[in-house]
Design a protein around this ligand. Structure first.
Ligand code: VL7
Length: 134
């Protein structure tokens, strides 16, 4: 059975989100608000087609892509930097490389037990998030 990330997920832990946001150049006031949020993710997966909607009371971000097909990402409402993004499978992990102004930018999703894990990378910073099913 292939892995299925579909579902509604709520943020449970968020390690070094501050370092990740600093690496992205997010200003102090925005970081203060962002740190307080408990974002949810709604993921709809149809084979290799993904819809990932990250929502919060402050901002939300919608990403749609197909695994293996490079796309332009605008990061609107996040750091607003455009990049070229490519998501691939590495075994059961979904790995995104975001090529652009920021070095070493990307993320990895995987499932562990019934938890959704997300590692967010930018420059030398790694943020580790764990989500629980809503
Ligand atoms: C998306 C936030 C910090 C700005 C607001 C914080 C709003 C809710 O890219 C992401 O997830 C991938 C994988 O699931 C799909 O797009 C993470 C949150 C990163 C970066 C920037 C702070 C302002 C948080 C949208």
């Amino acid at each position: 059975m292939p892995v299925d990330f579909s579902g509604t997920w709520i943020l449970f832990s968020n390690d070094n989100f501050e370092g990740y946001m600093v690496a992205l150049g997010i200003d102090f006031a925005t970081r203060k608000i962002a740190k307080m949020l408990k974002p949810q993710k709604v993921i709809k997966q149809d084979g290799d087609s993904f819809y990932i909607h990250t929502t919060s009371t402050f901002r939300d971000y919608l990403l749609q892509f197909k695994v293996g097909e490079e796309f332009e990402e605008d990061n609107k409402g996040l750091d607003n930097r455009k990049c070229k993004s490519l998501v691939t499978w590495e075994n059961d992990r979904l790995v995104c490389i975001q090529t652009g102004e920021k070095k070493n930018r990307g993320w990895t999703h995987w499932l562990e037990g019934d938890d959704l894990h997300l590692e967010l990378r930018c420059e030398n910073q790694v943020c580790k998030q764990v989500f629980k099913r809503a």
